[in-house]
Design a binder for this molecule. Structure first.
Ligand code: CA
Length: 228
């Protein structure tokens, strides 16, 4: 699953450099020059990570990070703060505003990528390439294969993403709208019943192995992937 990384930076040259590095590493880059256009993009679809410049015209990066953390829909988006400041106090303020990590300009592309990977691994495990195992299920993001007790299971791309998300977020209840945000990256233009359609297909695919019971309906709330 390709992670969408939103670059929020007002300096065109740095914005381009960041987008270039992000794309080189196989991620998809979205670009915004200020907080308002960043919020417009986030409103359309949740990015998987935000590279956020501290000093922006209008609303600052710190302020934007605070707003995203205060909103239930966006409070989990990983944020890496970019800044020219090296002051320890500023670093603390940046992290207190809700950033997951912090990079001081000028940065090396290698450092940037290492930090992006580390934050994604920690905060968005469904974006990682690591093999996931839950119960008798084994999912490999690299080969796009799913095994149930040794038997290969054929899944469409959406069911694969859905299962990957579930397997990396077990025992938690997600509403249809949250699943649209997390798995489709879009909670506005895709209808909620789309989720039900793909849940049904996923269950059908898991049925022969008897593992379809892992995908549970939580009445009035949504869905949960659970061992119990
Ligand atoms: Ca700036």
């Amino acid at each position: 699953m390709t992670a969408n990384i939103l670059v929020v930076e007002d300096e065109p040259a740095i914005q381009e450099l960041l987008a270039f590095n992000v794309t080189q590493c196989g991620y998809r880059a979205l670009q915004a020059s200020d907080a308002d256009s960043a919020l417009a993009l986030i409103n359309r679809a949740l990015p998987d990570l935000i590279l956020l410049d501290w000093m922006l015209p209008g609303m600052s990066g710190v302020e934007l990070a605070r707003r995203l953390r205060a909103d239930q829909r966006t409070h989990n988006i990983p944020i890496i703060m970019l800044t020219a400041r090296t002051d320890e106090r500023d670093k603390v303020l940046g992290l207190e505003s809700g950033a997951d990590d912090y990079i001081t300009k000028p940065f090396s592309p290698r450092e940037l990528m290492a930090r992006i990977r580390a934050v994604l691994r920690r905060r968005a495990p469904q974006m990682s390439d690591e093999l996931v195992r839950v119960e008798g299920l084994e999912l490999s993001p690299v080969t796009h294969r799913v095994n149930a007790s040794g038997q290969n299971i054929d899944l469409g791309p959406t069911e694969f993403r859905l299962l990957h998300f579930f397997m990396t977020h077990v025992e938690r209840v997600y509403s249809r709208s949250q699943l649209l945000d997390q798995v489709w990256g879009d909670h506005v233009f895709v209808e909620e019943r789309t989720v039900d359609v793909h849940i049904r297909r996923l269950r059908q695919a898991l049925e022969p192995s008897g593992l379809d019971s892992l995908v549970q309906t939580v009445r009035g709330s949504g869905y949960r992937f659970s061992r119990n």
